[in-house]
Write a protein that binds this ligand. Structure first.
Ligand code: NAP
Length: 304
């Protein structure tokens, strides 16, 4: 039976460390880190993420500021708000919550954010810095995946690592981070012909796709480290009998449950270490976003 990585404990530890650093930053430099969020439209998932980011800020003692723009907002209105955050002295890092409504060009928006305040790490300058292994901002979810493994003392160097999913926000940066840690990295995507061929030899298998039961027991090497970044909401009408009984209390109380990409109950019997969903990678994302904001504030204070 695999050891479970406790995302709750690790993210809690990171937040406590941040809290201590915030006190010190305020004491020595009189600076309270500030995180800004621009939310455009009414996407329900985005609203939940933004509320969680604000809650995270409160927990560690950051200033948090949210600007809400209507679904009909123009690109110019979003760019204007970015300019305001770029120049505000009390906001050290900020992000524009994705996805954006169709009329707004995501590339233009991301490129308008000052790379020094780009705590999501999506600006091309920060992507380039990650590529070149220079100091910059790394996207929170992949950074959280690596941080989790390091805190669990999992060796990455020399291992075969397979990354399933190649999105700009999780898969690609995660593959680069693994490479920067000296893993031998395979990246799989929708056009990968035989996924199992690439997962079965992985000492470290990471999935960030958003497809329940994509990673099955027969695709996993004995003793592998399995990290599941996928988040899939399954309603009671779509659940199989096994899931209905495993997550009975969720279905009874909420009519739905969250699972990852990995067939957890079977794979946990084969892996050496595994992350649960919920309670794994998801919790790391906000902790790492807060860590990026603290870095932005420290850079601002030239404390480093
Ligand atoms: P995304 O942009 O939709 O990317 C999904 C990736 O999976 C794409 O690269 C896609 O390839 C690939 N893919 C699709 N079907 C595949 C298959 N059968 N085999 C191999 N690869 C396949 O999504 P994302 O933003 O990266 O998010 C991925 C998952 O992680 C979602 O469930 C999301 O909710 C979750 N997530 C979690 C966190 C967190 O905090 N834990 C943060 C972000 C995302 P193509 O592009 O070629 O189609």
């Amino acid at each position: 039976m695999a050891k479970l990585i406790n995302g709750n404990k690790i993210s809690g530890d990171i937040k406590n460390e941040i809290k201590e650093e915030v006190k010190e930053l305020e004491r020595v430099k009189g600076i309270k880190p500030g995180l800004g969020v621009i939310l455009v439209g009414e996407d329900p998932a985005s609203k939940v993420y933004v509320a969680n980011k604000q809650k995270g800020c409160d927990e560690v003692g950051f200033l948090s500021d949210t600007v809400k723009l209507p679904e009909t907002a123009t690109e110019a209105e979003v760019l204007k708000q970015i300019e305001i955050y770029n120049s505000r002295k009390d906001i050290h890092g900020f992000l524009v919550q994705l996805p954006l409504p169709r009329q707004i060009d995501k590339t233009k928006v991301l490129e308008a954010i000052s790379p020094l305040k780009d705590v999501d790490g999506f600006h091309p300058i920060n992507i380039g810095k990650l590529f070149a292994q220079q100091d910059g901002f790394v996207p929170a979810t992949p950074a959280g995946i690596i941080e989790m493994m390091k805190r669990e003392k999992i060796t990455i160097k020399g291992k075969n690592a397979t990354m399933v999913g190649h999105s700009e926000i999780v898969g690609k940066p995660c593959a680069l981070l693994l490479l920067n840690e000296w893993a031998t990295v395979t990246v799989c995507h929708i056009e990968t012909r035989d996924l199992k061929m690439h997962t079965i030899n992985a000492d470290i298998l990471i999935s960030a796709v958003g497809k329940p039961y994509l990673i099955k027991e027969d695709m996993v090497k004995d003793g592998a480290v399995v990290i599941d970044a996928g988040i899939n909401r399954i309603t009671v009408d779509k659940a199989n009998p096994e899931l209905l009984s495993w997550r009975k209390s969720d279905f009874d109380t909420k009519g739905a449950t969250l699972i990852g990409d990995v067939d957890f109950q079977k794979v946990e019997q084969k892996a050496s270490v595994i992350t649960p969903v919920p309670g794994g990678v998801g919790l790391m994302t906000i902790a790492m976003l807060l860590k990026n904001t603290l870095k932005a504030a420290k850079d601002f204070a030239q404390l480093k």
